[in-house]
Design a protein around this ligand. Structure first.
Ligand SMILES: Cc1cc2nc3c(=O)[nH]c(=O)nc-3n(C[C@H](O)[C@H](O)[C@H](O)COP(=O)(O)OP(=O)(O)OC[C@H]3O[C@@H](n4cnc5c(N)ncnc54)[C@H](O)[C@@H]3O)c2cc1C
Length: 244
């Protein structure tokens, strides 16, 4: 988030995902896997036969030989509500995070409100929930109440700061709908595990039911990754979206 936001609240229904740095290609998988049989020659082996490379990636995915998918790196800049980050940062293996600080800087008033397409009503029992569209009235109450609550809590935050209270104390009144930002670095294997849990996809052999807002982040990350490693991405889909 930029420092120019000021004290007027801004409301967002989307999330930001930018791939800021990457060293990730299908050939990294082949290179790492072929060291088993080609030793030091594995780099030359990579360029020999692209069709064989596809076959090898499929074999590794199918038989869950996971480590060749770790020799790559992607760093994403992500701006999303704090409740998304609480879910996101549960992913421990193969992930590195750095998030903006509420101790060292004044937090900016950017808040999440669900967009019109966000399904608002939960039906069914735990483990069997489905979400359905909200009515116009439900959308109106969500938008009004969230805006009122966000405005009140941000005013309280500002009043405390103006009274000389430390940022780390005053931030206690801010809600989980506040946007935060972070860099998250992962590799293809850890990303696949994340995607298997944080996206809903009919090709998944083990379905997951993520909250829509983290899924919005996951979908954008998947699109960036698919462009970098198309063969690996295709093999992930073909083999039921299970991380190897
Ligand atoms: C739909 C959904 C609902 C959820 N609901 C809740 C909830 O109500 N409450 C809640 O607290 N969490 C909840 N979670 C979070 C969930 O429990 C996991 O913390 C999160 O999905 C990260 O998964 P992970 O541990 O597999 O990932 P990572 O931490 O990235 O770990 C990846 C893999 O490494 C291995 N691993 C990592 N650490 C260890 C370890 N210490 N010991 C053994 N193996 C390890 C495991 O094989 C693990 O699958 C939910 C997640 C989803 C997707």
């Amino acid at each position: 988030m930029s420092d120019e936001v000021g004290t007027d609240p801004q409301f967002r229904s989307d999330v930001t995902v930018e791939l800021v740095r990457s060293a990730a290609a299908d050939s990294d998988v082949i290179w790492a896997a072929r060291v088993s049989t080609a030793g030091e020659q594995s780099l030359e082996e990579v360029r020999k036969d692209p069709a064989k490379s596809k076959g090898l990636i499929n074999f590794l995915m199918r038989d869950r030989h996971g480590t060749p998918f770790e020799h790559n790196s992607m760093t994403f800049f992500i701006s999303a509500p704090i409740f998304v980050f609480r879910e996101f940062q549960r992913h421990r293996s193969g992930w590195s995070y750095n998030e903006e600080s509420g101790r060292y800087r004044e937090l900016q008033p950017v808040f999440y409100v669900p967009g019109e397409e966000r399904k608002l009503v939960q039906q069914g029992r735990p483990g069997k929930y489905e979400f359905v569209d909200g009515t116009e009235k439900q959308h109106a109450v969500v938008t009004e109440q969230m805006a009122a609550s966000y405005q009140a809590s941000y005013r309280a935050y500002q009043e405390m700061l103006q009274a000389g209270v430390a940022r780390e104390v005053a931030r206690a009144v801010l809600p989980v709908g506040l946007f935060s930002s972070m860099y998250a670095t992962c590799n293809a294997r850890s990303l696949m595990h994340f995607l298997s849990l944080r996206t809903k996809d009919e090709r998944a052999t083990v379905p997951s039911f993520p909250q829509r807002e983290i899924e919005m982040v996951a979908e954008q990350m998947e699109a960036e990754w698919a462009a970098l490693m198309p063969l690996t991405h295709a093999a992930f889909n073909e083999h039921g979206r299970v991380a190897p």
